[in-house]
Ligand binder design. Structure first.
Ligand code: HAM
Length: 432
């Protein structure tokens, strides 16, 4: 037996590849509608690119090794550091704001579980050079549209939005020190998944007082602007720090997307470089892991390339989105079905089959025929198996009349068509 694929790595048989083509095609169409341009970088990068800024969680998941030249390298676990490096290297020559997207395959040595593999694809869309809150709304709207485009609505998925600037103001207002802030972020991040006693216990263990714990619990339940103002009252200038967030949410409302969006202060995000707005998309039933995550990272280009440019973006993964599409019956049928199957009755029809196949392929049709002589019934079964819409039968009697027979395999009808007009006839029939 040959070795199996490594755990967490996928073989893409044509059925799965057809879905992947559908995902990528839809993502490309949505991103380009927003004026985004596609780019790519190397799948293997210097290890240091990630150890510098991505944060502990992703660094422990790296596929890294020493290459034959003695360099410490890693397979890319995410795209953002590569993007930051690429933009910083040419920052002066690029027109701002930069709107770029990419669909990289990424590698993380994670414990394999539902929705988590060791390789996945991510649509990455990033907007660089725009500090204002409408930029944040633009990126969140693009993430929503890149999921909506598959036929999913507000009862299928939600985007939960928060802001690191607001969180840090709130936690400072509660009097938490640096170590307690780090614990509070972790507790907030796990809030929806961990039992309440566990969250409270972790805060108590970090010596966070009962009043502060009570207020954190209230803040974690906030979903509306009014509730936020009430829960944040007296905590530093949290309401002032939330002004960009308020404007981002208002812009999303103006775009008609408010029904997809929830204010949610438990969204923290694991990556270390986020500085402002942070958001995640989840299935509305809360059964799956995050579909997408992103936010503002205004200091990363400075840290990696010495260029002071604000930036924000998101990564939308293929694994959880595929689970949601399967669950909702939104996976389209085989995209590789052919248009026309050509069948010859006798051996003397074979060269005419070859000539017509080539003619029709030149005209842009998807065409197949049996590669070795076979009875007509078997050829038509092959046509069915390939989901061909039409079959063309070439036989001696029709050839004598300058005709051939076209069968509509679904409608089970057939027509005699003149050989010299068959190309145009088929194109017309397939359009209908
Ligand atoms: P992330 O939250 O690490 O963000 O990943 C984004 C999305 O990729 C997740 O919500 C999830 O759907 C998918 N994903 C992540 N890891 C895996 C995995 N092991 N298996 C399957 N799917 C996975 C980032 O990567 C940021 N760099 C996104 C970003 C771009 N922020 C700004 N620009």
């Amino acid at each position: 037996m040959p070795p199996l694929p490594l755990p967490g790595f996928r073989d893409f048989y044509p059925d799965e590849f057809s879905l992947r083509t559908h995902l990528f095609g839809t993502w490309r169409a949505v991103a380009t509608r927003y004026g985004f341009q596609e780019y790519d970088g190397p799948p293997l990068e210097p290890l240091e690119l990630y150890t510098a800024k991505s944060g502990e969680e992703i660094v422990t998941q790296l596929y890294n090794f020493t290459d034959k030249g003695g360099r410490e390298v890693a397979l890319r676990p995410e795209m953002t550091p590569t993007l930051a490096r690429m933009v910083a290297a040419r920052a002066n020559g690029l027109r701002k704001p930069i709107r770029w997207f990419s669909i990289p395959q990424l590698y993380r040595y994670e414990r394999q579980q539902r929705g988590r593999l060791r390789e996945h694809f991510q649509l990455n869309c990033d907007l660089i050079g725009e500090p204002g809150p409408i930029g944040d709304a633009e990126i969140i709207a693009l993430a929503v549209d890149a999921v909506r485009a598959f036929g999913l609505g507000p009862s299928d998925f939600r985007v939960r939005v928060s802001d690191r600037r607001v969180l840090s103001e709130l936690l400072a207002g509660l009097g938490l020190d640096r170590a307690q802030v780090a614990v509070a972020y972790q507790v907030l991040d796990k809030f929806g998944r961990a039992p309440r006693e566990v969250s409270v216990g972790r805060l108590r263990d970090a010596a966070v007082g009962p009043d502060a714990i009570g207020r954190l619990l209230t803040l974690s339940g906030v979903r509306t602007w009014d509730a936020f103002r009430e829960a944040a009252a007296g905590l530093g200038d949290a309401v002032g720090a939330a002004e960009p967030l308020r404007r981002t949410l208002a812009a999303l409302e103006a775009m008609g997307l408010a029904e997809f969006v929830d204010l949610d202060l438990t969204i923290v995000r694991g990556l270390a470089y986020y500085t402002g707005t942070v958001f995640e998309l989840f299935d509305a039933r809360g059964e799956l892991r995050a579909i997408c995550g992103g936010g503002r990272y205004d200091n990363l280009l400075q840290a990696l390339g010495g260029v002071d440019l604000p930036a924000l973006g998101f990564g939308l993964g293929d694994v959880v989105l595929t689970e949601l599409l399967r669950d909702r019956g939104l996976v389209p049928g085989d995209q590789s079905a052919i248009d026309v199957f050509l069948a010859g009755i006798g051996e003397e029809d074979a060269s005419e089959v070859l000539a017509l196949a080539h003619e029709l392929r030149d005209a842009g049709l998807r065409v197949e025929y049996a590669l070795s002589p076979q009875p007509l019934g078997k050829q038509l079964r092959l046509a069915d198996a390939r989901n061909a819409r039409l079959a063309v039968v070439l036989g001696p009697d029709e050839r004598a009349r300058g005709e051939l027979v076209v069968k509509d395999l679904a409608a089970k009808t057939q027509s005699a068509v003149r050989r010299d007009a068959v190309g145009a006839w088929l194109l017309e029939a397939l359009r209908g």
